[in-house]
Design a protein. Structure first.
Length: 256
């Protein structure tokens, strides 16, 4: 890993980049994942590289859904495995959720490497190798485990493909996405959209889960019932607009 000095103004962002590069070198992240990371980084910059208030609301609602779920599953791809393996394992353990590897650029060898990577960070059983069920999609993200994503009632899909997200919703599942682009197909299709960097979102959700685990089902349902995903998306767009406006004003650039 390239040494990045602590006082570098882009320290956090550059450290995240290095994790993705390491993922590619370990052959758990695809080369295409580098492109996806860059796109997300651009939106994170627009939003101010922070967890905005509406994202924190969505994260709490996501936790409420996961805690009341009968069969929660956390879907893992190469980027999330590289960026937040320990948080994924912690969240799954606290909630009692299954982890399942699901990839667009799929090979059994790569699925196996990601499973072993998660196990190295404390995971027990990780699904994804069986691939004994299929969603109605024309690419390899259609391949899922019968006992995992296919049977789940709530699925957390950080860094997701929009078409699979919509397909899961159409199947009647509650789908929670983590996506920095509030206008992506995933964001617009998901039941709960968390417009936040996955590195912040998963850490926040782990903390919220610890706080909310003792809440009653009635309390958790109340949190869910008051939620409006379209409002969350609108709030994220407003946050981007305000951040851009404030930055341009600080630099003496006229805001049109």
């Amino acid at each position: 890993m390239t040494h990045i000095p602590d006082d570098h103004p882009r320290y956090v962002s550059l450290k995240i980049r290095e994790k993705i590069v390491e993922g590619v070198q370990m052959a758990i992240t695809s080369m295409q994942g580098l492109v996806a990371q860059g796109r997300g980084e651009a939106f994170d910059y627009l939003i101010g590289e922070r967890t905005i208030e509406s994202a924190a609301v969505a994260e709490r609602v996501a936790v409420a859904y996961l805690l009341i779920a009968q069969k929660p599953v956390i879907s893992v791809n190469g980027n999330t495995a590289a960026l937040v393996p320990r948080a994924l394992v912690s969240l799954a353990d606290i909630i009692g959720a299954q982890l399942e590897v699901n990839l667009f650029h799929r090979s059994d060898a790569r699925v196996h490497r990601i499973i072993e990577h998660l196990k190295a960070h404390g995971a027990g059983n990780v699904l994804g190798l069986k691939g004994d069920a299929r969603l109605d999609l024309s690419h390899d993200r259609a391949i899922v485990d019968q006992e995992g994503i296919y049977a789940a009632d709530v699925v957390l899909v950080p860094l997701e493909d929009g078409d699979r997200c919509k397909k899961l919703v159409d199947m009647g599942k509650i789908v929670i996405s983590v996506d920095l682009n509030p206008l992506s197909r995933t964001s617009l299709s998901a039941t709960v959209t968390i417009v936040d960097n996955v590195t912040r979102a998963l850490d926040n959700m782990v903390q919220f889960t610890k706080e909310m685990k003792k809440d009653s089902k009635e309390q958790l349902r109340s949190i869910i019932d008051s939620y409006d995903n379209r409002k969350i998306l609108a709030d994220a767009m407003y946050a981007i607009q305000e951040n851009l406006k404030n930055q341009t004003e600080r630099e003496g650039i006229e805001w049109i």
